[in-house]
Design a protein around this ligand. Structure first.
Ligand code: ADP
Ligand code: MG
Length: 249
């Protein structure tokens, strides 16, 4: 078994709450309402993972399964410029974009299939200078929510999601990579979708390690990140800011 790596969020409190950063060989779920910052955190991690260990990274590349078409290369550029500002050295946004492999998922079955493609790519890059160290699925649940409607389909949806998560966990284990997934929740109950105020998917079956992070809006660019029911860390809250150059304390 490989030593667990830690991927820095770039935010002191957030990292500390996570025991140093986002674990490799584990799935970390970001859940929260629309606009709470899930996709922003995902973009920042896609940048940070490429940094060397001294700067909180894992010297690796990232695969993003983008299900809502919310990946923005322009946003990556801003965040890389933010790194230059932070570390007082020049970083090339194009270099960072080269190591972000994005695949669009058109429906839930396609999304599941893309995990196999992700694994193939990770295998190809295994011995390169930028092995895959981060897998992102943003959003994990949007297609599932849209396609599985009504009570009768919930068990089926759960089974598919569990299988999907097991595939992702395998990616994390095989490549000593972090796995980050997002899950939107709604502020008000909506009978049509079942139980939309709670993140769907529940706890991953079996032994799988999971970190659940609940994001919510605070004043201005501030967001509160809450660690919920961690298997090995105390529950806690961290405040972060989502700014143009990226996530900050
Ligand atoms: P979610 O994925 O949880 O629905 P997002 O991660 O897309 O939410 O967060 C969107 C929010 O992030 C925006 O409302 C804004 O506050 C902030 N944001 C997005 N882009 C920028 C930017 N370029 N500069 C500063 N803040 C930004
Ligand atoms: Mg989003």
């Amino acid at each position: 078994r490989k030593l667990v790596g830690k991927l820095s969020t770039g935010c002191t409190e957030f990292d500390e709450m996570m025991g140093g950063g986002i674990d490799t060989q584990a799935i970390t779920e970001l859940y929260g309402e629309f606009g709470s910052g899930k996709t922003q955190v995902a973009h920042q991690l896609a940048v940070n993972v490429q940094l060397p260990k001294e700067q909180g990274g894992l010297s690796g590349s990232v695969i993003i399964i983008d299900t809502e078409n919310t990946f923005r290369p322009e946003r990556i550029k801003q965040m890389v410029e933010g790194l230059s500002e932070r570390y007082g050295q020049e970083y090339d946004p194009e270099e960072f974009l080269k190591h972000i492999h994005v695949a669009r998922a058109y429906n839930s079955n396609h999304q599941i299939l893309l995990v196999d493609s992700a694994m193939e790519l990770a295998n190809e890059l295994k011995d390169s200078d930028m092995p895959v160290r981060l897998f992102i699925v943003d959003s994990l649940t949007a297609h599932f929510r849209a396609e599985y409607i009504g009570r009768g389909t919930l068990a089926d949806r759960q089974q598919k999601l569990n299988k999907h998560l097991h595939g992702l966990q395998k990616c994390g284990d095989l490549y000593n990579a972090s796995v980050v997934v997002t899950n939107q929740v709604m502020s008000k109950p909506d009978a049509f979708f079942g139980d939309p105020t709670k993140p769907i998917g529940g706890h991953i079956v079996g032994h799988t390690a999971t970190f659940r992070l609940y994001l919510r809006k605070s004043k201005g660019d501030k967001r509160i990140v809450k660690l919920v029911d961690s298997p090995n860390l105390p529950d806690g809250e961290a405040i972060i800011s989502v700014t143009t150059p990226g996530l900050r304390d």
